[in-house]
Design a protein around this ligand. Structure first.
Ligand SMILES: *[C@@H]1O[C@H](CO)[C@@H](O)[C@H](O)[C@H]1NC(C)=O
Ligand SMILES: *[C@@H]1O[C@H](CO)[C@@H](O)[C@H](O)[C@H]1NC(C)=O
Ligand SMILES: *[C@@H]1O[C@H](CO)[C@@H](O)[C@H](O)[C@H]1NC(C)=O
Ligand SMILES: *[C@@H]1O[C@H](CO)[C@@H](O)[C@H](O)[C@H]1NC(C)=O
Ligand SMILES: *[C@@H]1O[C@H](CO)[C@@H](O)[C@H](O)[C@H]1NC(C)=O
Ligand SMILES: *[C@@H]1O[C@H](CO)[C@@H](O)[C@H](O)[C@H]1NC(C)=O
Ligand SMILES: *[C@@H]1O[C@H](CO)[C@@H](O)[C@H](O)[C@H]1NC(C)=O
Length: 716
C-alpha cells in the first residue's frame, strides 16, 4: 500500500491539468498553480495569465509536489481558497429569457479529504462556492468558512452561492449537526441541509464521516431548466444513483452573469486540514466523475517536500526499505501472534499478572452482555473471578503500537502499587497479543456523571445525589489527587479528571479511576500533531499550548468537576441561555453578585449546607483560574474542603476578579469565542450516557463529548 503512494507520486509529478480552450469545462486530476499561494493569510490572488488553466490560490491554500491542494492546515483561524482563474458565464441578463436570463445548467465533481487536528472535532469546513470575485474581501474564518462575515451574512447583495461541507455545529446558523452538507444562499444559514451520507446501489443511505480523513467525492449538479440542485456524496469513484438531496432552487437572483467558481475553507480555534485532490466542472453538461484511485493521495505526516530528483531516488530506496521492513515486520508479527510465551520482562511484574484464560472465564468470554461501557480507551466488562468469587471490572485496551506496550506495562505495574481509599484499585493486568487487560475493583454504582446529568434514556432513573454525598465525593477525589500528586513515592499526574472517571462504590464514596492511563494516548491516533491528552472542558488553557500535563492542570480539571457537582451542569451547556453557556463564567457572575445560591443544582431542592456549598464554589473558581500558578495545590484544596465541616470558619481565599477568568477576552470577541463554544459534536455524549450503567473506569476518552468545551482552549 505504501508502495502505491510512491508510484502515484512519481506518476503525478508529470501530470498537467487538461482543459478545453473555452472556459466552460475543465478537469484537474491533481493541481498546479500559477504561482505559490500567498502565504500568511494574505488575500492576494495569483491569477492565471492568458489561456492558462492553472488554478488561482488565495489565502493559505497551497499545492504540494504531489499535486494535492491543501486549502488549510491545522493552524487556527485560517482561510484558504482556490478558484478557477477565469469567470464563467452562468447567465445572460440581456437575453430575452423568462425572468431576465435563465441560469445555465452546471455540474461539478470533486474529491476531498478533511483531516482534523483532534480526531473527533472538526474545524470548520469548506464550501464549493460561486462568487462574483475571487477575493471575498472582509470574509471571516471559523464558522463563516471564508465566505461572509457577521455583518454581511444573509444580505442578498452578496451574490454568494455555496454548498458547505461543515464539520462543526454552529448553533447561531441552526446547523443540524457537526457533519453535514448544506446549501448556502448569501448566508451561512443553510436553505437546505442534510447529514453527510450516501446511497448504496440498493438505495440505502449509509452515513459518511466528513472528518474521517478519507477521500470523499462529491457531485453538485444544477439543472437550470428544472431549477433543481442535486448534491451527491460517495467514498467511491462512481456516482450513486440517488443524490444526498435534490433541492428546488432558482439561482437566477443569486448569480450574476459571470461568476468565479472555486472552494473556500476555514479553520477556527479548532482546525482541520482541508484537501482537494481533483476537480472537474462542466457547463450545460455532466461533469466527469473522478477516478479516486488515480488521484494523488495524502502525504504521510513525515513526507517532506523535496525536489523531483531527490524524490525519485529517495522514493526508490524507500520502496526497497519498506518492502524489507514489511517482510521483517510481518514475519515478526506472525511469530508474535502465534505464541503465548510470557516474556521475561513480564515476570518482573509478576504479582499482578492474570492469565488470559482466567479473565476470559471471569467475563464469560468477553460477551456483550457483560459489557459495562465503552470509552476512548476500550471496552469495560464485568466479571467474577472464579478463584475468589470477587467482582471485577476488566478493561480491554487494544494497543496498536507494539513498541509502546512494554513501557506501558511497566507504567501499569507501578500504578498497580498505588493504594488509596479513593482510587479505584487496579488489581492486575494481562497482556494478550496486542491487547492489554486491566483488572479493577468492581464499582457497583457506576460513574458520577450518570448521577449528575440524568439522561432521560437511563432506564431506572437514578436517585439524586444528596449534598452530603456530593461533598463527600468531592473530598474523596481531592484526597486521592493529593495522594497522587504529593503523597506517593513519585508524582503521578492523572491527566483526565472528569465526572465519568469518578466511580462510586457501594457506599457512594467517590473513587478516581483511569489514573495514568491517559499516557497511553501519547502513542495514539493522529501522529501529525502533538496530542493534548484529556477531555475538552476540563483541559487547562496552558495544556493546549504546551501539551505538558502538570499538577496544576489536574487542579484545573478538578475545579471544573467541583462546579459540575455543585451546579449539576456540564462545563458548557450549549442549550443554556448565552449568559449561562459557560459554567465558570456564570458561576463567577452569580458569585460576584452574591447570588451564588442561584447556581446550586435545583435537583437538591435547597437541601444543602450553605457553608459547604460556599467553600465548594470558591474552590471551583480558584481552581479554574487560567494562570496555573494562581491555582491552589491539591493540598490546599483538600484543606479547604476538609475545613468546611469543622466548626472553624475555613480560611478560603476569595476568588479573584472576573477578568482573570477570561484573560481570553480577545477570543470572546467576534469569531473566536463562538467558534469555540459551538464546536461540539453533540452526538458523542448522548451515546455514552444512554448506554447501560457504566461501572469500572470507563472512557479515558479521546477528547470527548463536545459539550465539555470551555473557554480555555485557546492558544492565542
Ligand atoms: C501552470 O502550472 C505549470 C505546472 O506547475 C507551470 O509549469 C506553468 O508555468 C503554469 N502556468 C502559468 C501560466 O503560470
Ligand atoms: C499553516 O499555514 C500557515 C500559513 O501558511 C503557517 O503560518 C503555519 O505555520 C502552518 N502551520 C502548520 C502546522 O503547518
Ligand atoms: C499582492 O501581490 C502583489 C504582486 O505580487 C504585491 O505587490 C502585493 O504587495 C501583494 N499584496 C499583498 C496584500 O500581499
Ligand atoms: C446575451 O444575450 C444577448 C441577446 O441575446 C446577446 O446579444 C449577447 O451576445 C449575449 N451575451 C453573451 C455574453 O453571450
Ligand atoms: C464584511 O464584509 C464586507 C464586504 O462584503 C465588508 O465591507 C465589511 O467591512 C465586513 N465587515 C466586517 C465586520 O468585517
Ligand atoms: C446589504 O448590503 C448593502 C450593501 O453592502 C447595504 O447597503 C444594506 O444595508 C445591507 N442590508 C442589510 C439588511 O444589512
Ligand atoms: C437530480 O436527482 C433527481 C433524482 O432525485 C433526478 O431525477 C434528476 O435528474 C437529477 N438532476 C440532475 C441535474 O442531476
Amino acid at each position: 500500500m505504501s508502495e502505491n503512494l510512491f508510484f502515484l507520486k512519481l506518476l503525478f509529478l508529470s501530470i498537467l491539468p487538461l482543459a478545453s480552450s473555452q472556459h466552460n469545462e475543465f478537469i484537474f486530476t491533481g493541481f498546479s498553480a500559477t504561482t505559490a499561494g500567498g502565504g500568511g493569510g494574505s488575500n492576494n490572488v495569483s491569477s492565471g495569465g492568458g489561456g492558462s488553466n492553472n488554478v488561482s490560490l488565495n489565502g493559505v491554500a497551497e499545492i504540494d509536489n504531489n499535486g494535492i491542494l491543501r486549502l488549510t492546515n491545522e493552524t487556527s483561524r485560517l482561510i484558504g481558497r482556490v478558484f478557477y482563474p477565469h469567470p464563467l458565464l452562468f447567465k445572460n441578463s440581456s437575453a430575452a429569457d423568462v425572468g431576465g436570463g435563465r441560469v445555465a445548467s452546471f455540474s461539478t465533481a470533486f474529491a476531498f479529504a478533511i483531516v482534523p487536528e483532534y480526531p473527533k472535532l472538526g474545524g470548520h469546513g469548506f464550501a464549493f462556492v460561486l462568487a462574483t470575485t475571487q477575493k471575498l474581501a472582509g470574509a471571516q474564518p471559523s464558522q463563516y468558512l471564508g465566505l461572509l462575515n457577521s455583518s454581511d451574512n444573509g444580505n442578498a447583495t452578496n451574490h454568494v452561492f455555496a454548498v458547505e461541507f461543515d464539520t462543526v455545529q454552529d448553533f447561531e446558523f441552526f446547523d443540524i449537526n457537526d457533519n453535514h452538507v448544506g446549501v448556502d444562499v448569501n448566508s451561512l444559514v443553510s436553505s437546505k441541509s442534510a447529514a453527510a451520507s450516501y446511497y448504496d446501489s440498493g438505495g440505502q443511505p449509509i452515513p459518511l464521516n466528513l472528518k474521517s480523513g478519507d477521500t470523499i467525492q462529491s457531485w453538485i449538479d444544477y439543472d437550470g431548466k428544472a431549477k433543481l440542485l442535486n448534491v451527491t456524496l460517495s467514498p467511491f469513484s462512481s456516482k450513486p444513483k440517488t443524490p444526498l438531496f435534490s433541492f428546488p432552487i432558482d439561482l437566477a437572483p443569486v448569480l450574476q452573469n459571470e461568476m468565479y467558481v472555486g472552494f473556500s475553507a476555514s479553520t477556527g480555534l479548532l482546525a482541520s486540514s482541508h484537501y482537494l485532490f481533483g476537480w472537474s466542472f462542466k457547463m450545460n453538461g455532466v461533469a466527469a466523475s473522478l477516478d479516486l484511485s488515480s488521484l494523488p493521495s495524502l502525504p504521510r505526516p513525515s513526507d517532506k517536500k523535496s525536489p523531483t530528483f531527490i524524490a525519485v531516488s529517495v522514493s526508490l530506496s524507500v520502496i526497497i526499505f519498506v518492502l524489507i521492513a514489511a517482510a521483517v515486520a510481518s514475519y515478526g508479527f506472525y511469530r508474535y501472534k502465534n505464541r503465548e510465551i510470557i516474556e521475561p520482562w513480564e515476570l518482573e511484574y509478576g504479582p499482578h499478572r492474570f492469565t488470559y484464560k482466567s479473565l476470559r472465564r471471569a467475563t464469560k468470554g468477553f460477551r456483550d452482555r457483560e459489557l459495562l461501557g465503552a470509552g476512548g480507551f476500550g471496552k469495560v466488562y464485568k466479571g467474577v473471578l472464579s478463584s475468589s468469587g470477587a467482582d471485577i471490572a476488566v478493561k480491554r485496551i487494544s494497543h496498536d503500537s507494539k513498541q509502546g506496550i512494554r513501557e506501558f506495562v511497566a507504567e501499569i505495574a507501578s500504578i498497580g502499587r498505588l493504594r488509596h481509599r479513593n482510587l479505584v484499585q487496579l488489581q492486575g493486568w494481562c497482556r494478550y497479543k496486542s491487547d492489554l487487560l486491566l483488572v479493577y475493583d468492581y464499582m457497583p454504582n457506576g460513574s458520577l456523571d450518570h448521577f449528575l446529568f440524568q439522561s432521560s434514556a437511563a432506564a431506572p432513573p437514578r436517585p439524586v445525589l444528596t449534598w452530603n454525598d456530593r461533598f463527600r465525593i468531592l473530598r474523596g477525589v481531592a484526597s486521592a489527587l493529593l495522594y497522587l500528586h504529593e503523597e506517593w513515592e513519585s508524582v503521578v499526574i492523572h491527566r483526565d479528571i472528569k465526572a465519568s472517571n469518578v466511580l462510586l462504590d457501594a457506599d457512594f464514596n467517590g473513587r478516581l479511576g483511569d489514573f495514568g492511563l491517559a499516557k497511553l494516548h501519547e502513542h495514539g491516533a493522529n501522529p501529525s500533531t502533538t496530542r493534548v491528552v484529556g477531555t475538552l472542558g476540563y483541559l487547562a488553557p496552558e495544556l493546549t499550548r504546551t501539551g505538558k500535563a502538570t499538577a496544576s492542570s489536574d487542579a484545573f480539571a478538578f475545579g471544573a468537576l467541583v462546579l459540575e457537582v455543585v451546579c449539576g451542569r456540564r462545563p458548557i451547556e450549549p442549550k443554556a441561555s448565552p449568559e449561562e453557556l459557560i459554567l465558570v463564567d456564570w458561576v463567577w457572575e452569580k458569585w460576584s453578585e452574591k447570588q451564588w445560591r442561584d447556581v446550586v443544582d435545583p435537583m437538591l431542592e435547597g437541601r444543602y449546607e450553605m457553608e459547604e456549598v460556599e467553600v465548594a464554589i470558591k474552590v471551583g473558581l480558584l481552581c479554574s483560574q487560567p494562570i496555573p500558578a494562581a491555582r491552589p495545590t491539591m493540598r490546599e484544596v483538600a484543606r479547604y474542603l476538609d475545613g468546611a465541616d469543622t466548626t472553624e470558619v475555613p480560611n478560603v481565599p476569595a476568588p479573584p476578579p472576573a477578568e482573570l477568568y477570561d484573560g481570553s477576552s480577545a477570543v470572546k470577541e467576534g469569531m473566536g469565542f463562538e467558534d469555540f463554544v459551538h464546536s461540539y459534536p453533540s452526538s458523542s455524549f448522548e451515546k455514552v450516557s444512554a448506554s447501560s450503567p457504566v461501572t469500572g473506569p470507563v472512557d479515558g476518552g479521546s477528547p470527548g463529548p463536545a459539550s465539555y468545551m470551555r473557554v480555555p482552549l485557546f492558544s492565542v
